[in-house]
Design a protein. Structure first.
Lengths: 260, 47
């Protein structure tokens, strides 16, 4: 049944119009969801999980093997979405960090905390699947290659942001320093993305739908949508945890604490 | 494990690496999801 669904879904998943429609629906949900009902993000979580199961079954069973990499090419359906979404959440954190410095709204700071943490989880997945991809295709788990090194520096830079954040007690200083550190760390995202163009690398250049077979594009995009919806749930949940902690931090002291 | 089909230029086999990649994906994503649920519960207010 899953095999017969792929040709049906292919036009929606491979065309720019289809991708645009899904993106509009995603953004409409993100904008309208919080206004319509509390806990709106659970719908994204369930949808993301469902798409991930479906997308990974397609990736493992239905998608054709790669012409050069054979079945090992199926790692693509985990590795590439994790790379895309790592960059999406680090970029979102960068925008929110800049917005916090300009506007000073606490919500932007809490969003930075959430987006950076989810980005780190995805970058760990990116690193591990990258090594598992490299061994059978390049013959090595790791090399001091510009793309591999810059991606590792990116992960460590954002881990540094979270570590810095954890060491600061004063909420205002913490928010400002986190924003500045996030903006500085974001330079590593740009370097990582462009590393395969700037330097000679064993890592391939960025693919585009024009250079990849349609059934593979369809499965790749399906998994990317799954990652997007699922990690949106994660970021919103993490934001709510950060907001709860921030409220507790700002709450007035209890009477016995005042008299002590 | 020697998935590289030396000489032909086409990689064969390697299913252990594929399985490991998908397993790591689920372990990380589900593990992080559980950590979020536990932290939300312990913080007491995140709905």
């Amino acid at each position: 049944m899953t095999a017969s669904l792929l040709p049906t879904l292919e036009p929606l998943l491979t065309s720019n119009v289809g991708a645009g429609l899904v993106l509009v629906a995603y953004l409409a949900g993100v904008i309208l969801g919080p206004r319509l009902r509390p806990g709106w993000e659970h719908a994204y979580g369930v949808l993301g999980l469902g798409l991930l199961v479906f997308g990974q079954v397609l990736g493992l069973v239905v998608a054709p093997p790669d012409a050069m990499m054979g079945d090992v090419g199926r790692i693509l359906y985990v590795h590439v979405p994790s790379a895309w979404l790592t960059m999406v959440w680090f970029t979102a954190a960068f925008v929110a960090a800049a917005a916090f410095l300009f506007v000073g709204r606490k919500g932007f700071d809490l969003f930075v905390e959430a987006a950076v943490e989810v980005g780190i989880v995805l970058s760990i997945l990116l690193q591990v699947t990258g090594m598992l991809f490299a061994k059978p295709t390049w013959g090595i788990y790791w090399d001091w290659d510009p793309r591999l090194v810059s991606a590792t520096v990116m992960m460590l830079a954002f881990m540094g942001v979270q570590t810095l954040r954890a060491t600061l007690d004063d909420p205002d200083r913490r928010a400002t320093w986190t924003s500045v550190a996030t903006i500085l760390a974001y330079t590593s995202v740009a370097v990582t993305y462009e590393s395969v163009r700037i330097w000679r690398s064993i890592h391939q250049m960025q693919s585009s739908p024009a250079t990849v077979a349609k059934p593979m594009v369809a499965v790749l995009r399906l998994n990317a949508w799954a990652f997007l919806f699922l990690t949106t749930w994660m970021v919103v949940r993490r934001y709510r945890i950060a907001a709860t902690r921030a409220r507790a931090e700002e709450a007035p002291p209890l009477p016995d604490e005042v008299t002590a | 494990m020697n998935p590289a089909n030396v000489g032909s230029g086409v990689v064969t086999g390697g299913w252990d690496f594929v399985t490991a990649s998908y397993a790591v994906c689920w372990i990380l994503l589900l593990g992080y999801t559980v950590s979020l649920l536990v932290r939300a519960r312990s913080s007491g207010g995140a709905r």
